[in-house]
Design a protein around this ligand. Structure first.
Ligand code: 4NP
Length: 153
């Protein structure tokens, strides 16, 4: 069976989308579904390309038994709209920026991380509490996403 590929996108690819990638991969692993999914993350901006996730994302993930240290930031590309089945934007601004670069014949489905249409807030300029809140929101949303995608398989 063809794998379902999922790309998590935020602005910098150092705070929110690395958590999306790490949490979703963790949930997939817990359910023994590794063979069914390909998972990655990227940023709409290029400032942090090549860098590890923010230490505050690494720290909150580690508290929950998830290792983000192997991840490196990259910028989303046009190719991603053909490579991935589902592209998940962390907030409405990320979604708007993705729509701007989406090729007309791109095959990916674009959607927001939160099913209620709200934003996963950018925690970059805040404190550690913001990262804990992002973790909780993204974990809940990733669980619903996985339930939905696993049911389609
Ligand atoms: P992210 O957070 O989009 O969740 O990775 C940010 C990281 C860096 C910046 C903005 C947001 N920045 O402006 O450098």
């Amino acid at each position: 069976m063809k794998k379902h590929s999922v790309l998590f996108v935020c602005l910098g690819n150092i705070c929110r989308s690395p958590l999306g990638e790490g949490i979703f991969a963790h949930l997939v692993h817990e359910r023994g579904l590794e063979g069914q999914f390909e998972i990655d993350s990227a940023g709409t901006g290029a400032w942090h390309v090549g860098k590890q996730p923010d230490e505050r994302s690494i720290e909150i993930a580690k508290k929950h038994g998830i290792d983000l240290t192997g991840q490196r930031a990259r910028q989303v590309s046009e190719q991603d709209f053909y490579r991935f089945d589902t592209i998940i934007a962390m907030d409405r601004s990320n979604l708007k920026n993705l729509r701007k670069i989406e090729p007309k014949d791109g095959t990916a489905t674009l959607q927001l991380m939160l099913p209620d249409g709200g934003d996963v807030p950018d925690p970059y300029y805040g404190g550690r509490d913001g990262f804990a809140d992002v973790f909780t929101m993204v974990e809940r949303a990733c669980t619903s996403l996985l339930n939905k995608l696993a049911a389609q398989h």
